[in-house]
Design a protein around this ligand. Structure first.
Ligand code: SF4
Length: 448
């Protein structure tokens, strides 16, 4: 998908690939299905659509391959080793099939849309291969009537009953040198505004309190003269809490940044991938903006939401990156004072322009640059986070109490907070921040 999907984040928590928490009770003799999700939030969202089809077809979802009649691998193609990783799973599934356990295997998602899928299907005898554009064909495979593609099957919340992703656009019209997304997800398609609002209204009516608008370049959304900012404003009138990801600096309007600060239902957290602080590298990467323009956007955001959080994506070691380019990136990191970042070491993806660009940066140099960027970001984040100590925050509980008694919440400024509370997910507690690390704040036990 977006700029966040090039690999494992180095400084933020990766998305879970575990099955959904809420599963129907399994009745004896029922058909069973196991869904494995790899990669980005778009894939997590697609897996929810897949889950809905599978459950509608009478399957019970199970957590392990051993218990499953049907296994669906919803795959990601963004990392160079992505196919190898999926091969590992397919090898295990072949063994389970030989033992008579797993009966059918389907491969969906970005690898399904890539050339390698033909070879994988032949080698591992995969029963069904679907790309990102025709996931709906799974319906027929699991025994449902043939479906037309829709953006929004009637989804339960993606992360739990209280929060949900709402896809507003798919695909991408950019051609970043290192990215396979435009090849596997296609060009941008924007979902009609009325359809988005209807879904948000329905989710909120049914108790969803946190909506995340989702798209490869979410802020590129537009329809009949309306732009992303107009949509965001309308959704923010309906949803009690709202966020969006992932944005592209070239699409990000100043009025959107100001709206984040103004509208109390919008979480004051901006993820705006920059990738490099060097204009030369930004040009080679085809990012479509210069570092100065990016800095200016950040100024507008900091002005609109001074305590808000800012995160980014940075690639180190893109072919052709010199020491001067790297210094420019460090300078930009310093200037923007990010609260967190996904820092990626460049890894060439077959089918991308960058894979053929000469000037490969030696691995030890990439590693050094990676650590330098990471350290700078952590130092900045630590300094900024410490400023929150002593502040009383309204904390939205995202993940309920763990066995150690701690729940994970989020402030209106988008900070992650550890707080000792039994408050259920989707509820708020108010607590004082007592300490801070580079990635998370810690709160005093809230008064009950
Ligand atoms: S091509 Fe560029 S803008 Fe589009 S998804 Fe890839 S990294 Fe993001």
């Amino acid at each position: 998908m977006s700029d966040t999907s090039k690999g494992q984040p180095a400084a933020m928590v990766p998305l879970s690939t575990k099955p959904a928490k809420t599963r129907p009770v399994r009745t004896p003799g029922a058909k069973t299905a196991c869904i494995r999700t790899f990669g980005c939030q778009m894939n997590v969202h697609d897996s929810d659509r897949i889950r809905r089809m599978v459950l509608d077809a009478g399957y019970a979802e199970v957590p392990s391959y051993e218990e499953a009649d049907l296994v669906i691998l919803n795959t990601c193609y963004v990392r160079e080793n992505a196919v190898d990783r999926v091969r590992g799973h397919l090898g295990e599934l072949t063994r389970l099939r030989r033992e008579g356990r797993v009966k059918k295997v389907a491969l969906t998602g970005c690898i399904g849309a890539a050339q390698e899928s033909t070879e994988l299907q032949r080698q591992y005898g995969i029963d069904l291969v679907l790309g990102t554009h025709n996931t709906y064909e799974l319906a027929e495979f699991v025994g449902l009537p043939t479906m037309e593609e829709t953006y929004t099957p009637d989804l339960p919340g993606t992360q739990g009953d209280n929060s949900a992703f709402v896809t507003i656009m798919t695909g991408c019209n950019y051609q970043c040198s290192y990215c396979i997304v435009p090849t596997v997800r296609g060009r941008m398609v924007c979902r009609p505004v009325e359809s988005i609002l209807e879904e948000v209204e329905r989710l909120v009516r049914n108790g969803t309190s946190y909506i995340t608008l989702l798209g490869q370049t979410v802020d590129a959304w537009r329809e009949n003269g309306l732009k992303f900012c107009d949509l965001l404003e309308r959704v923010a009138e309906i949803a009690p809490r709202i966020w969006f990801t992932t944005s592209h600096p070239s699409n990000m309007e100043d009025r959107t940044l100001r709206l984040i600060g103004e509208k109390e239902t919008i979480v004051k957290r901006l993820h705006l991938p920059v990738q490099s602080g060097s204009d030369r590298m930004l040009r080679i990467m085809h990012r479509g903006y210069k570092a100065e323009r990016y800095r200016r956007k950040i100024e507008v955001f900091r002005d609109a939401a001074p305590d808000g959080t800012l995160s980014t994506d940075i690639i180190v070691g893109h072919p052709g990156e010199t020491e001067e380019d790297h210094e420019e990136t460090l300078k930009l990191v310093e200037d923007c004072s990010f609260d967190s970042a996904y820092v990626f070491k460049f890894s060439p993806r077959k089918g991308t322009e960058a894979a053929g660009i000469p000037g490969r940066v030696p691995e030890d140099v990439v590693q050094r640059r990676f650590l330098q960027v990471l350290r700078k970001i952590e130092q900045n984040a630590f300094t900024r986070n410490r400023r929150r100590i002593g502040v009383h925050e309204d904390i939205y509980i995202r993940h309920g109490q763990r066995p150690d008694g701690v729940a994970i919440g989020e402030t209106w400024n988008g900070h992650a907070v550890h707080v000792r509370t039994g408050a259920p997910e989707g509820h708020y507690v108010t607590a004082e921040i007592t300490s801070a690390g580079p990635h998370v704040l810690y709160a005093r036990d809230p008064k009950t």
